[in-house]
Ligand binder design. Structure first.
Ligand code: ZN
Length: 278
């Protein structure tokens, strides 16, 4: 079984201090370089909140230069619990046009097709809006998880989805059907979220073992393990300085994924290629 490990980073920065924002992004870039993951990372930038195209152009140049994948991360809490279709289209159009405009202005291929919803919110209206805008690659499903958004409204209920799920296709209204093999979207389920300083080594390895076992039992030839976390997680709790102990944990996790679990790092586009056979 070929094991693909997707490191995905949601660009929530949780500080207004630009130098600290920049440092956290650069530390992640450096850590990925050091651990052999550079070029195989998927970044979902929160343009609507953090103006990456204005505040972090150097970061974006590095992301594109090393062939990481650039996607967009939109938090829909300002739209309330309902998130009307039209409002969701306009909200996400703004971030998409700004990111694609920046790419075009800098003579890069400008089409962005990867998107992740803030708080992993899963709603037909929002997926329909993403389809309207041309997004195809999404990543919100967390098998077994139930959670709320930052407004305490329901964000997702994936309690009926088992661990060890590979990417699957769906349309805007059947995103929970992990057996679906057709549809506009390709969904990349997440095995694990966050760096967990509460765990001794920063990662819930028991989750990795559960997915490993589920994939082995299912007999798949290729298995995708996807992890998501945020730049603010490598800062201290007050978001005032970098937490170098956590950065060290991240480095060890990325090393262990390769040496102990025989995983290969891939970004979302590379995983898509591998799953559909090139
Ligand atoms: Zn977020």
């Amino acid at each position: 079984m070929e094991k693909l490990f997707l490191v995905t980073v949601d660009g929530d920065l949780h500080t207004a201090e630009l130098p600290l924002q920049r440092e956290s992004l650069q530390v992640l870039l450096d850590t990925f370089e050091k651990t052999g993951a550079a070029g195989h990372i998927t970044w979902f930038v929160n343009e609507n909140v953090h103006d990456f195209t204005r505040n972090h152009p150097d970061f974006l140049h590095q992301v594109i230069g090393r062939d990481d994948v650039l996607g967009v991360h939109d938090h829909y809490e300002p739209l309330g619990d309902i998130a009307e279709f039209g409002e969701a289209v306009e909200f996400s159009r703004r971030s998409k046009e700004r990111v694609e405009g920046w790419l075009a202005d800098n003579n890069y291929p400008s089409s962005v097709r990867c998107h992740r919803n803030g708080c992993l919110v899963q709603k037909p209206n929002i997926y329909r809006a993403l389809q309207e805008l041309g997004y195809t690659h999404v990543s919100e499903i967390v098998p077994g998880d139930v959670r709320k958004d930052h407004n305490r409204n329901p964000a997702l209920d994936n309690s009926d989805i088992p661990p060890g799920i590979n990417p699957y296709r769906h349309d805007y209204d059947n995103f929970l059907d992990y057996t679906s093999r057709l549809g506009h979207f390709i969904q990349f389920p997440a095995m694990e979220m966050f760096l967990n300083p509460c765990c001794e080594d920063g990662f819930r390895w028991e989750q990795m073992r559960r997915w490993d076992e589920a994939f082995a039992n299912s007999g798949v030839e290729t298995a995708c393990y996807l992890w998501l976390f945020h730049p603010y997680e490598v800062m201290d709790q007050q978001r005032t300085v970098m937490d170098w102990e956590i950065v060290g944990m991240l480095e060890e996790i990325l090393t262990s994924v390769q040496s102990d679990y025989a995983c290969k790092f891939v970004n979302i586009e590379e995983a898509h290629q591998a799953m559909v056979g090139g």
